[in-house]
Design a binder for this molecule. Structure first.
Ligand SMILES: Nc1ncnc2c1ncn2[C@@H]1O[C@H](COP(=O)(O)OP(=O)(O)OP(=O)(O)O)[C@@H](O)[C@H]1O
Length: 325
């Protein structure tokens, strides 16, 4: 059923974007007496070519639905989507050839060697034998030594790299990584981050979903946040961090204060370490004014520093913050 209340999208898809969605909507049929679920509420979203794009959102926001529509695994209800300028309805083959998707799960081809797994994948994508780059891809992901090993004997990190390798067999300009480092240890996470950055340097547009905001902050240059099936924002990361207009001034007093002391300064809190933390909005309050207030409260300052908002602050504001509003 068409939702008459929904505004029709005015703008055309951006053909020069890596991914462009307009009015993209997905309604899942409700299972066994459950009402239908509108997982995507007609979203408009452009992923710039050449970016490392972080698609963030709480559980159930609609990220997997979006990715699965692009990957051809889920049928959209309405709207349009294009990949590298190819409409997924009008040019499905070219659209699919332009994208590689690295899934979350590690269950893959346990009976084949990495070389065989890549050859099979290349066959599925119709890459002719003369054009296959199996060993080159394995080498670029540090798996050359393991080309003839059984996949079941690979470590978790190697299996993940093999999934990236498989997604690259047809040399797509866009690579989607769904939760690439879920459940891997810090060292492997770093290795995967390096590999993502190498792909990016080679010109691949990378889209990743992640629950680790630190990961998005470190890797991504552009961030899209979706929540309840709607796009809350798409912005360059630096701009997004600035847009929050929130900083914290940390004041270390000559004589440490008792935690919880009320100094009558807006946004101020004395924390466990005896220092004073003052949240403020740089667009309306100057640090000099805060310091005057600190002096007026009879505190001599030993040291000061400011802490910028991080992606976690922005994320919480745009998702749970908007639920409260
Ligand atoms: N096959 C399905 N049938 C019915 N509802 C579904 C189906 N797949 C997803 N949903 C619902 O659609 C909404 C969006 O789910 P989706 O998996 O896209 O979210 P997500 O952002 O990827 O979450 P997560 O981070 O947990 O993977 C959720 O409410 C989910 O329960």
């Amino acid at each position: 059923m068409r939702d008459e209340a929904k505004p029709l999208t005015q703008s055309k898809p951006a053909l020069d974007a890596a991914i462009s969605a307009r009015g993209l909507r997905k309604v899942y049929r409700g299972a066994k007496g459950q009402p239908p679920k509108e997982a995507l509420k007609g979203i408009d979203l452009d992923v710039p070519r050449g970016s490392v794009f972080g698609l963030l959102g709480p559980n159930g926001a609609g990220k997997s639905t979006f990715i699965n529509i692009l990957a051809g695994l889920v049928n959209k209800t309405s709207g349009t989507a294009s990949i590298w300028g190819f409409d997924i309805d009008k040019n499905p083959r070219q659209a699919r050839a332009s994208i590689g998707v690295v899934p979350q799960e590690l269950s893959t081809d346990v009976f084949f060697t990495p070389r065989e797994a890549l050859e099979i994948q290349a066959g599925l994508y119709g890459v002719p034998k003369s054009k296959r780059r199996t060993m080159e891809i394995l080498r670029s992901l540090g798996l050359e030594d393991k080309a003839e090993a059984y996949v079941r004997s690979l470590s978790g990190g190697m299996k993940r790299r093999l999934l990236v390798a498989k997604a690259m067999v047809h040399d797509p300009p866009v690579l989607i990584l769904d939760e690439p480092t879920a459940g891997v240890d810090i060292e492997l996470r770093r290795q995967l981050w390096d590999q993502v950055m190498e792909l990016h340097e080679r010109g691949v547009t990378v889209i990743l979903t992640t629950h680790y905001l630190e990961e998005a902050q470190e890797l991504c240059d552009t961030i899209g946040i979706i929540h309840h099936g709607e796009v809350k924002t798409v912005q360059p990361k630096d701009q997004l961090l600035k847009s929050l207009d929130r900083k914290t001034l940390m004041v270390v007093p000559e004589e440490l204060l008792a935690p919880g002391t009320d100094l009558g300064i807006d946004g101020a809190e004395v924390r466990e370490d005896g220092s004073l933390y003052i949240d403020y909005r740089p667009s309306v309050t100057k640090v000099a004014d805060l310091l005057s207030a600190v002096n007026a409260a009879g505190i001599s300052v030993k040291d000061i520093s400011t802490v910028e908002a991080d992606l976690e602050d922005v994320f919480l504001e745009m998702t749970y913050g908007s639920d409260r509003a």
